[in-house]
Design a binder for this molecule. Structure first.
Ligand code: ADP
Ligand code: ZN
Ligand code: ZN
Length: 821
């Protein structure tokens, strides 16, 4: 028997391996296997299918090991990987790589380290080789599996390492990821068999001179269910025993020394649930919400993807909760996608109250081990559960998916930009749902133009909520002309007069404010005022941003940083100055201006730690901070009752993007930030500071008129042949040599034009034309919406294959961005 194996590599095909006879019965689609690839490397692969067509012309290697008793990937998942690879023009191996947590796919290049918290369990007796690896690794810090292999000179080290990873002796070490400590609980067991009354009597004899010890023994018998005629006794949690018996650890120790008790540590899966049924803690829906709920159900009955277009604060989340409750009652699983980790934080609190342990969270701030835990839990259960997560949760092994909710469906962060697969989780989730026969609800106050178009043309069902919950009003939007402010010298730094006053007023009234600026760091512009020198990143074609807290210049594209020079490196004068406002600087200015009020900042720099999002959001929710300054992280989805003023520091950067989605992005962003204000009884006010007061987008935001905005935007799209009237594929060519990138792009574009003619635009240098040492060129392919994309993609691959051997193309990396956002 042969198996086609998917490897985590950017290669287009699968690879054929021989299934050793003894494994034939066990190897199935979705099985995890260890295989050798190339001379010395090995990888963990996933079996796609088995067959008996021996390939000709090369020797087929055997599978080295089967890693689990049953498959770790379900069949619909592999089907979805295939769909993603095909649709987004990448390899199925790249999808596999992104989909499965690292801990499940060790390879020879993975770093392994010894788990210091590990203790030898009683029932584990390592083989000689295992003992050897354990012993060896105890001494070492961090080694590649291939290094272990060559150091110990044992052939099947890979398999042994895998087994030790499984039991937890070794860990995959991802350096940057925070270490996961398996949650361990100490239990107390009685050293005596349930039926063995003689021994039990002897135990009582042993404790009869200590009241405390006797009490502890009796408490244990009670808690463990020892007396039950039908059930075996359960070990008792040490802490519980101590508290119920009211004794000290010393007493327990004495009992252990007497050989009456023993302690065992158990790793508990932190996502274990006690399967409590969902509690009826749902808030009743208001009239309009109930109507929307019914209309959504109607959409589902016609098995249509349904769009809930509800203004900010209309109570979409409440409707989702009712829908999820219904799905759980039908014994189905739910995927609830959100675009940002910061959103999972607030939702976790809200949903935990209703759904308790049936709610599982999945995102990148979890360590890989925690992600492996959730993966395995979903593999072994068909229980109704809710997964709340970001983009990558679409890859989890759902078994019984009944409902997919995609909140803030318009968000560009659903699209993965780098590395491949460059997929949109919204669209992938819709495909996933169709594979499971599951319902899909898209929710947004500002639907993407494509989605709303589909809803209006009948492809999706459309349900609208036009009022906020309990009649709260949408906030008043004030557009502030910063040019005028400066001319009349009314502004104080970046703060306009009206905004500054309103902010003071709201703070003094005991209310809170959110301030939005889409730039992190202190000052985005650093210039020598004498000679005009600006610091550029050594790897990228961008200027570096000054971060005051750490006193460095930083590249926001590749992360490169260096100190801010005291003297200008070009002219040697003491004349370097910083300009512009990032969130760090705004927080500092607000702090100075509103002395005595507390300012918190939420951006990439302040949320590197695992719990940082949560802490910042919770402190603000408890009103321990008064002003929350942040990047787009503060703009979406958050629900705070006490925020009355929202400020957009500089809308110009949003309005000026050279891209066909510029208006859409600006409208969404502004309407969403505005939506954070006045979500309860009091009316909110939003200040948008700009120098472009007559930009029409601002008018639509002022009137909260999405539909009008949509109507004008769809006309533009039609006139200039942009999505949804066309499909776009951006083709990127990157090369470490600028001239080669250039030539390769010209050759490829010429080739494309032979077939696609005027549908090909470019090549051109992208906005940032060099990133992390790679020079970039891009070509845009714009195809009519009705055309067969499958055909287009087949042609693309073929055209590329025809010219791939040309030296400039050969030294370049080509990748595709399908449906860019
Ligand atoms: P959206 O997601 O549409 O922006 P939310 O679901 O966050 O709106 O609702 C806004 C606020 O109104 C929340 O604080 C929410 O708890 C409250 N709310 C909405 N619907 C109800 C309801 N049916 N019962 C009680 N509170 C509700
Ligand atoms: Zn850089
Ligand atoms: Zn200078």
């Amino acid at each position: 028997m042969l198996a086609e194996v998917i490897l985590p590599l950017p290669l287009y095909s699968t690879f054929t391996y021989v299934v050793p006879e003894e494994l034939e019965e066990h190897v199935q689609p979705g099985s995890r296997v260890l295989v050798q690839f190339g001379k010395k490397k090995y990888y963990t692969g996933i079996v796609e299918y088995t067959h008996s067509n021996l390939p000709q012309g090369y020797e087929v290697k055997p599978i080295m090991a089967l890693l689990d008793a049953s498959p770790v990937v379900r069949y619909p998942q592999i089907k979805m990987w295939r769909w993603i690879a095909e649709y987004y023009l990448c390899s199925v191996g790249e999808v596999y790589k992104a989909a499965v947590p690292t801990g499940l796919k060790p390879e020879s290049e993975s770093y392994i380290s010894f788990n210091k918290d590990w203790e030898l369990p009683d029932d584990f007796s390592p083989t000689d080789h295992e003992a050897m690896v354990i012993h060896f690794m105890e001494e070492k810090k961090r080694l590649k599996i291939s290094e272990i292999e060559s150091a110990l000179k044992i052939k099947a080290a890979a398999k042994i390492v895998n087994r030790l990873l499984e039991i937890g002796v070794l860990e995959i070490d991802e350096k940057l990821v925070e270490k996961y400590k398996p949650k361990k609980v100490v239990y107390v067991e009685l050293c005596c068999h349930q039926k063995d009354n003689d021994t039990l009597h002897s135990f009582f004899d042993l404790v009869n001179r200590s009241r405390q010890q006797e009490k502890t023994l009796i408490a244990w018998l009670d808690l463990s269910g020892w007396m039950s005629p039908t059930k075996a006794p359960e070990p008792v949690e040490r802490e519980k025993l101590l508290s119920v018996a009211g004794t000290s650890p010393a007493v327990l120790r004495a009992l252990i020394d007497k050989g009456i008790f023993r302690q065992v540590k158990r790793v508990v899966n932190r996502f274990n649930t006690n399967d409590a049924p969902a509690s009826p803690l749902l808030s009743p829906l208001s009239g309009p919400q109930q109507d929307a709920f019914n209309a959504i159900k109607e959409g589902f009955r016609n098995s249509k993807v349904t769009l809930l277009h509800g203004v900010t604060g209309s109570g979409k989340t409440e409707i989702y909760s009712h829908l999820m409750n219904a799905a759980l009652a039908d014994q189905r699983q739910v995927l609830y996608l959100v675009p940002e980790i910061s959103l999972t934080t607030q939702l976790t609190d809200r949903l935990r109250k209703i759904f308790g342990d049936r709610l599982l969270i999945y995102h990148s701030k979890f360590s890989d081990n925690e992600r492996v835990d959730i993966w395995k839990r979903l593999l072994t259960t068909t229980q109704p559960l809710i997964i709340l997560g970001v983009r990558s949760s679409v890859f989890l092994p759902f078994s019984n998916l009944g409902l997919v909710i995609i909140d803030e469906e318009h968000e560009s962060s659903y699209k993965q930009y780098d590395p491949a697969p460059r997929y949109n989780a919204r669209d992938a989730a819709i495909v996933l749902a169709s594979m499971h026969g599951s319902n899909v609800l898209l929710g947004s106050a500002t639907p993407s133009i494509e989605t709303y178009y589909k809803a209006l043309t009948g492809k999706y069902a459309l349900v609208s909520l036009t009022r906020r919950f309990k009649g709260a009003e949408l906030p008043e939007v004030k557009i502030i002309d910063m040019r005028d402010q400066r001319k009349r010298k009314l502004n104080k730094g970046i703060l306009s007069d009206p905004f500054r006053k309103a902010l003071r007023h709201t703070l003094e009234e005991g209310q809170q404010a959110i301030v939005f600026q889409n730039r992190r760091g202190f000052a985005p512009v650093v210039v020598c005022t004498q000679c005009g020198w600006t610091p550029k990143c050594v790897n990228c074609d961008v200027s570096m941003v000054y971060h005051k807290n750490t006193d460095i210049l930083k590249c926001h594209y590749c992360g490169y940083s260096k100190p801010l020079p005291k003297l200008c490196p070009a002219c040697g004068q003491n004349s370097i100055e910083t300009f512009g406002y990032g969130t760090e600087r705004i927080a500092e200015e607000l702090h100075k201006e509103y002395d005595g009020f507390r300012v918190a900042r939420m951006d990439l720099d302040t949320t590197r730690n695992k719990d940082a999002h949560q802490e910042i959001i919770e402190e603000f929710a408890r009103h321990e901070t008064d002003i929350l300054v942040g990047t787009q992280m503060v703009s979406k989805g958050l629900d705070f009752g006490n925020v009355n003023v929202v400020g957009v520091i500089n809308a110009d950067t949003l309005l000026n993007f050279p891209d066909f989605r510029s208006n859409e992005r600006a409208y969404n962003m502004l309407e969403q930030v505005a939506g954070r204000a006045g979500r309860r009884e009091k009316n909110g006010t939003v200040f948008i500071q700009t120098t472009q007061i007559s930009n029409p987008v601002l008018d639509y935001v002022k009137n909260h008129n999405y539909v009008k905005f949509y109507e004008s935007e769809i006309e533009e799209r039609r006139n200039f042949a942009y999505p949804p009237f066309t499909k776009i594929i951006n083709i990127y060519i990157k090369n470490k040599d600028a001239a080669s990138a250039d030539i390769a792009a010209v050759i490829f574009a010429k080739k494309l034009r032979e077939v696609f003619g005027e549908r090909v635009l470019g090549p051109e240098k992208p906005f940032v034309s060099r990133v992390a040492l790679w020079y970039l060129q891009s070509i845009m392919l714009k195809v009519e919406a009705g055309a067969s994309m499958k055909k287009v993609k087949d042609i693309l691959r073929k055209l590329y294959a025809d010219i791939a051997g040309e030296p400039h193309l050969k030294s370049s990396i080509i990748y595709y961005d399908v449906d860019p956002v």
